[in-house]
Design a protein around this ligand. Structure first.
Ligand code: 13P
Length: 257
């Protein structure tokens, strides 16, 4: 049984007061008995503050990015050890916005993945195709390339302590969601690629779907056998919406049990 994950990527949103209100509402709304992992990924500057607020609670904390280097003369960068030091246990690597807007390639993403593992954090590796690639039926080629880059560098065993997120770029922030069947097909494909190297790790790997997940569509997405939760952008900024998504994940866990 894979424990579902609902992860809120806040992107470049928030303020001290807004974060405080959001986390307070969220903590109040989550049910302790829900067998799911709930994670939030605030911007760097708010991480330490969020860690203090979340201490001893149910919500896990992660960062949206990490430097591949361990430390030194890298102005503006933040290392995995620093993130861990302020209370992060998770870090997103290879988000499509990082790949597209900040020119991160597969090799750099693989190094970031390893940097997180090295300090004992869980990397959340994002993969996904653009609209153009989607329309050219290249989805599987693209996600295989992104996944294989990490496997080639670090082996399938490195996914024992990782999470994968399938985020079709055409579904991010567009209101256009992949159909449950589309998501399922890609998730099953990703799982099979890892399982081909290590059946046990493939079976236990949690693969999240991201791209316009909302309270209204979370249930049908999470009902798919290989969709183990969501990486949520816009809807994670509303405590109400995010809780509805968490409730859908909890229901999935209950049904599977
Ligand atoms: P939206 O949920 O806003 O589409 O964003 C998805 C995403 O990029 C999460 O990382």
């Amino acid at each position: 049984m894979r424990r579902p994950v609902v992860a809120g990527n806040w992107k470049m949103h928030g303020s001290r007061s807004a974060n405080h209100a959001l986390l307070t509402d969220l903590e109040r709304g989550l049910k302790a008995e829900w067998p799911i992992d709930v994670l939030v990924f605030p911007p760097y500057v708010y991480l330490a503050d969020a860690a203090r607020m979340l201490e001893g609670g149910q919500i896990g904390l992660g960062a949206q990015d990490v430097c591949a280097e361990g430390g030194g003369a890298f102005t503006g960068q933040v290392s995995a050890a620093m993130l861990k030091d302020v209370g992060c246990r998770y870090v997103i690597v290879g988000h499509s916005e990082r790949r597209r807007l900040f020119h991160e390639d597969d090799a750099l993403v693989s190094r970031k993945f390893a940097a997180a593992l090295q300090v004992g954090m869980t990397p959340v590796l994002c993969v996904g195709e653009t609209l153009q690639e989607h329309e050219a039926h290249q989805t599987e080629d693209v996600v295989a390339r992104q996944l294989d880059a990490v496997m080639a560098m670090h082996g399938a065993a490195s996914f024992a302590d990782a999470i994968v997120a399938y985020e079709p770029v055409w579904a991010i922030g567009t209101g256009r969601t992949a159909t449950p069947q589309q998501a399922q097909t890609v998730h099953a494909y990703l799982r099979s690629r890892i399982a081909a190297q290590d059946a046990n790790i493939g079976r236990h790997l949690r693969i999240l779907y991201g791209g316009s997940v909302k309270g209204v569509n979370a249930g049908e997405l999470f009902a798919m056998p290989d969709v183990d939760g969501g990486l949520v952008g816009g809807a994670s900024l509303s405590a109400d919406e995010f809780q509805q998504i968490c409730a859908a994940a909890a229901l999935r866990a209950a049904v599977r049990h």
